[in-house]
Structure formats: C-alpha cells, structure tokens
Design a protein around this ligand. Structure first.
Ligand code: 56B
Length: 368
C-alpha cells in the first residue's frame, strides 16, 4: 500500500470513528503546501526565521514593489517571456515549467552551460527560456506535447540540438529533462486530448485544483518529501506553472483563477539565498558550513526540507506583514516571490553584494 493509500486509509478510519461522513467532494480544493510548510517551520532545528529582520524586509520589499509598480504585468516585460495572450503562450509556459529546474553548475561562469540568443548570453533559468525561444525560431515545435511523445520526430539528437550550449557543458540533467518531456507528452496525449488548455479547463479555474491535478497525473510534478515521518508537499513546478499563467495572462483567460492566493512561494534554490541575505532566515553552523563549502545536500535530506519549508513559511510571514502595513495591498506570495527572484538576479548581474551573499544550497533534483 502506497503512502498515499495509507494516509487515505487512516483518514477514512478517523472519519468513521468520529462519525464524520466521506469528504465533501464540493469542498474547494486545497494543496496543503502552506500547512506542511508551517509544520516544517515549527519542527525545524537547523533552519530558523528572524521576526525582526522579516518585519524590516517586508517593509522594504513592499516599498520597492510599489516604487517599481511591480505586478503581474512585470512578467511579460521580461525580454524572453512570451507576450501573446493565446494558446501558444500556454504551451510555452507549460514546457518551461516542466523543465524549470536545476540550472546550477559546478563549473566557472565562463565554462557553465550557457545559451547565446538575441545577441546575449543566457544562463540559469533564462537559458531555458532562451532555449525554447531559439527552438521555435528554428521551427522545432518544442512547446507541442504531441511532438514530445514522438520519439522519431523528437529524437534525442534533435533535443541535443535544442539544448545545445555555447560551452562544453551540457544542460544539467539532460536525460531527466528528456524523460519529463516524454512522460508529459504521453499523458497529455492520452488523458487531455493532446491539449494543455484541456488540462487547465479540467481544473475549473481553481489554482489549487490545477496544482493537485498536475501532482496527481504527472510523476514529474510530484514534488513531495517526508519530514519527521510526515508526508510534506512542495509542488514547486506545479505551483509556478499556475503562477506564470496567472501573471502572463494578467489574471484573465487561461490565467483566471478564483483562488490564486492559495499558491505559495516556490521552494527553489535562489529565493532561500535571498531570504538569508535579508537576515530573514538563518542556518545552524554545520548546515551553513556545508552550504558555504558548496557541498551537495541530497534531495529529501532533512536539511533540504527545512530550507524549503521555512522559505515557504517565511514568504507567508512577509505577506502577512505587508498586509498589516496596508490591508489593501495588491500583494500575494507569488508576487513577493517573483520580486525576490528578480532582485537576486539583478544583484547577481550588477555584481554588487553578491560576494556577501551566502551561496545557494546545492541539491541536484528535477523538483526545482
Ligand atoms: N522561487 C522562484 N524560483 C524561480 C523563479 C524563476 C523565474 N521566474 C520568472 C517568472 C517571474 C519572475 O519574475 C521571474 O522572472 C526561476 N526560479 C527557480 O530558480 C532557480 C534558477 O535560478 P538561477 O539558476 O539563478 O536562474 C531554479 O530553481 C528555478 O526553478 C521565480 O520567479 N521564483
């Protein structure tokens, strides 16, 4: 019996013993991600959050977001993000967030995987966006699910060309990315009429519902762990897919969700680094030492789960603090997260303060 089935079995027993009926199918969907993050935070001994710095950071973040008029429209202003409000952008975003993981390299800045596109050299997340845009320019239908499932047309050789690098280093986890494409292509063809918009429509405008649907039907989106024996969900790429849709479509059309504020921060490796540099999050000496020595932390390790869970909870605290400053603030976990990611990349680009920042933690996985 899988963990899931055990959980359901126990829940059913508990319901019966309390004289409760079966779960109400009409109840709004929940992801349990924020609840799990709070659980991790309250049971963390190696990662801590600092309330004073979090209050200061919340005020500063809110001030800068207002000064920059930071909102959903910012998403489309990024040079590489698609601008059209149509199905092509839906497909682009799905492909992007299917593969939106693990860009960090052990090599130097000059030797790491990099993509040259539109006269610029892109690394990290932006190298993936550049790869997709370049492939489309070269008439390779890289954002079409039926293409991914077709091993003749979408051969490993074609994908090597799609993901070709300016350097000798190939994109990290190339084989895992290929598997994600194959799995997603097959499932979308078999269960969603080969259409990502059908998948979105199945969630009936619920952000939480769409996140749960992705986690349920695609193993490559099932980003979960076990902390202190309890199953915890992060679902980072499923959540950022919904968030990217919402931002790209400015909350309309395919980006229209009636519960978008149920989406939490995306537990990646860049935003926790920002939270540390803002003084909001700190690590016990052995963990901090491991991070500073760039030593790998294995996926699922307690330290990794604490970093991810406490980061999600920290952004929730920042969100609550901002709403205390201004109850009408148009701010949610998504926009705070996006803002902190963009701020991290701005700092990296300007080269300022980067030395002082702690390195990001090194976990190699397909989850983020
Ligand atoms: N929490 C969070 N994680 C994010 C993003 C983004 C990009 N989102 C764009 C969309 C809207 C925003 O305005 C951004 O322009 C990528 N990542 C994650 O970071 C890592 C890549 O880091 P680096 O190697 O340095 O590029 C990798 O785990 C990737 O999955 C985000 O927004 N939030």
């Amino acid at each position: 019996m899988s963990d899931d089935e055990v959980d359901h079995e126990l829940l059913d027993l508990l319901r019966k013993s309390l004289g409760l009926g079966p779960p109400d199918p009409s109840a709004p969907p929940e992801t349990k991600i924020l609840e799990n993050a709070e659980y991790i935070y309250h049971n963390s001994i190696d990662v801590a959050l600092d309330m004073r710095y979090s209050k200061l950071a919340a005020a500063e973040i809110f001030k800068q977001m207002q000064e920059r008029d930071y909102g959903t429209k910012t998403w489309s202003e990024h040079p590489l993000h698609p601008k059209s409000k149509d199905e092509n952008t839906v497909n682009f975003i799905f492909t992007m967030d299917l593969l939106n993981f693990s860009f960090w390299s052990e090599k130097s800045e000059a030797e790491r995987f990099a993509v040259s596109y539109k006269d610029q050299r892109w690394t990290g997340y932006w190298s993936l966006v550049a790869v997709l845009q370049r492939a489309l320019d070269e008439d390779i239908p890289i954002t079409t699910p039926s293409f991914w499932a077709n091993e003749e047309e979408c051969s490993e050789e074609v994908l090597k060309k799609v993901f070709r690098s300016e350097t000798d280093e190939e994109i990290p986890l190339f084989q895992e990315r290929l598997k994600c494409l194959r799995e997603a292509g097959q499932i979308i063809e078999e269960e969603f009429d080969s259409s990502i918009t059908v998948l979105i429509e199945d969630a009936k405008n619920s952000a939480a519902g769409l996140v749960n649907l992705l986690a349920e039907r695609f193993t490559c989106f099932r980003d979960e762990g076990r902390y202190d024996g309890k199953k915890v969900r992060f679902l980072k790429r499923a959540q950022i897919f919904v968030a990217d849709l919402w931002a790209a479509f400015d909350g309309e059309g395919y980006g229209s969700f009636n519960d978008i504020d149920k989406i939490t921060m995306f537990a990646d490796y860049r935003v926790p680094q920002m939270l540390h540099s803002l003084g909001c999050m700190s690590f016990c000496p052995p963990l901090e030492g491991k991070i500073r020595r760039l030593e790998p932390i294995e996926s699922g390790h307690s330290w990794e789960l604490q970093i991810r869970g406490c980061s999600i909870w920290c952004i929730e605290l920042l969100r609550r603090e901002i709403l205390k400053l201004d109850p009408d603030a148009k701010v949610n976990a998504i926009l705070i997260d996006f803002f902190l990611y963009d701020l991290a990349k701005e700092r990296e680009k300007n080269g300022d303060e980067v030395e002082e920042m702690i390195p990001h933690h090194r976990t190699r996985s397909i989850w983020y």
